[in-house]
Design a protein around this ligand. Sequence first.
Ligand SMILES: [Fe+2]
Length: 368
Amino acid sequence: MNMNFFVNTRVITGVDCVKNNAEKLGSFGDRCLIVTGAASAEKCGALSDVISALNSTVVQYEIYNKIQQNPTSVSCFEAGRLACEIGADFIIGIGGGSPLDASKAIAVVAANPDISEDMLYSMQWKNQPLPIVAVGTTAGTGSEVTSVAVITNSKGLKKSFRNDLTYPVLSFGDPKYTMSLSDSFTRSTAVDALAHCVESFFNRSANDISKIFAVAGVKKLFKVFDKIISDGTENLTLDDREQLYNASLLGGYAIAVTGTAFPHALGYFLTEDYGVAHGTACAVFLNEFIEYNSSVMPELTAEFFDEIRMDKETFKNVVSSVMPEINVKLTDESIAELSPRWENNAGLRRNWGDADTDFVNALLRKLF
Ligand SMILES: [Fe+2]
């Protein structure tokens, strides 16, 4: 099996890891733009930790706190041009997937303030993006260790780019930031991490390295899922939260190699059109993804369940128990309207077998 593995990120995790490594922030320059959502970075304590660390290393900063869930290219251009105006030397993204993905696009725009939206996605960048520091505050995205940015374009569609130049140079993961996550957010981000691992394992680009990360991530997640099913998310300890966080990084390493597969490709419309949280929107397809692979790749499926030491039905029951509920109903007309999205879709091409438009339409009719 040919292998290709590249992740260009120093990852530091653990309680108080930002405070304990403050001097590292000073190595990227004198001035930075901090990128966050409206409130979560402040509420979980990450923003004040980062500001203390910057003050201790005499780095000037400005804060852009207007990143929404499912960040838009408009806000990335606004923040990128702000970073350029203030002469930022680097970008610090604090948050879950939305601020972290946005910080990658912002780092590109900051160095190339005159590019168009098309040029952002097609990676026609004249100048190298600014260095990106990621401070994770959820346990799901894996964006801390990937080069992928998923940004909603001006037509309201999620589009992504991935480039070796948009790996964060440094990522911090302090599990105490995830202690304040709500029940539904904890669940939706946890099943996002699971989806990353599983979609990476059953992926045409998987190799021996990515599969190790994927299997390790699934095993770590399921240990905590047992506790979530028996005791709920409100009783998760700091150690449990750390396990979820580390599993999300393992999922990130796995998809850094492979990208995702059809659960993510299909999940985007549930987020864009129905407001379903990203992880839930993808993981709702996971059990069908397993059935699909059981049919087209029986040996690989057997290898997967052998590796995670679990049978298929137990796996599916656990996924259904941990997933937040979603309530979406699709008509035949709305399924037909969606179908142009499945033509030549990169996320579908990464599956084994032939997950074509007819397959997707039948799946949507079955699930919704
Ligand atoms: Fe995801």
